[in-house]
Design a protein around this ligand. Sequence first.
Ligand code: SAM
Length: 279
Amino acid sequence: MTVGGLVLVATPIGNLGDLGRRGEDTLRRATLICCEDTRHSAKLLAHAGIRGARLAVCNEHTEAARAAEVIAAIEAGGTVALITDAGTPGISDPGSRVVRAVLDAGLPVSAVPGPAALIAALVISGLDTSRFVFDGFLPRSGTERRARLESVAAEARTTVLYEAPHRIERTIADLARHCGPQRPVAVARELTKLHEEVWRGTLAEAAAHLAGRPPRGEYVVVLGGAAPAPPPDDHDLRADLRAELAAGADRRAAVAAVTARHRVAKRRVYDLALGLGPA
Ligand code: SAM
């Protein structure tokens, strides 16, 4: 049980049985519980047998304004618990602004860790878990979306994304277009719930799997990282040398640039440059 300060308490992402003992105790003893939606959190508290809790709404609109009340409660010696509708606060959810404000006031912040959809999906995806990137929700449209898709496509580490049910089909199609149809993916749905499903395959297969299905539930997409680029062959190196020379570099500078870019032996690039004829 954590006493004093602001405590971020992770709550279930579907299965109420996932609220741990320490989270429950912290909520029971908190002076104030900040939550996104009081009706939603009341169900969790009722399930845990917690009655008479003081609740305050802390969502994306009220988070900044709520900070002063949180700080006052902590300064008065209280413990403020921060929860969201599901999972870990601050992960694609409110939390980080209150954390910043409490830290800036010189007060303690701690966490009762627990469910997070991204971690649950990642560890059962079958993809590389040693290094990964969490990219939240993709921007919905325009150049921002295209730029993010391009950066996801180039990422060598496993990427975890959140997606709403009505956008999952389009997101998988966009990912297939940018990353190539053969990129491995796991699409996790309704984790910890009755209809939990984890689908694993390539992006092209995922698109076929989702086509025409009613988009139900909440989704996490776990995407395998981009394969390292194959080592350049002589043809690639010659083409690059020609481009450097055409841009005005002399032979020496062109060899240096191409060697550095491709991390290959300088002698090899030099010999290829000689084979191009007089510089
Ligand atoms: N803070 C939460 C966490 O720690 O995972 C995430 C909150 S974010 C607003 C909600 C998104 O998380 C959903 O759109 C979905 O992508 C993902 N999510 C939450 N619960 C899930 C579940 N049970 N199964 C699959 N995805 C889930």
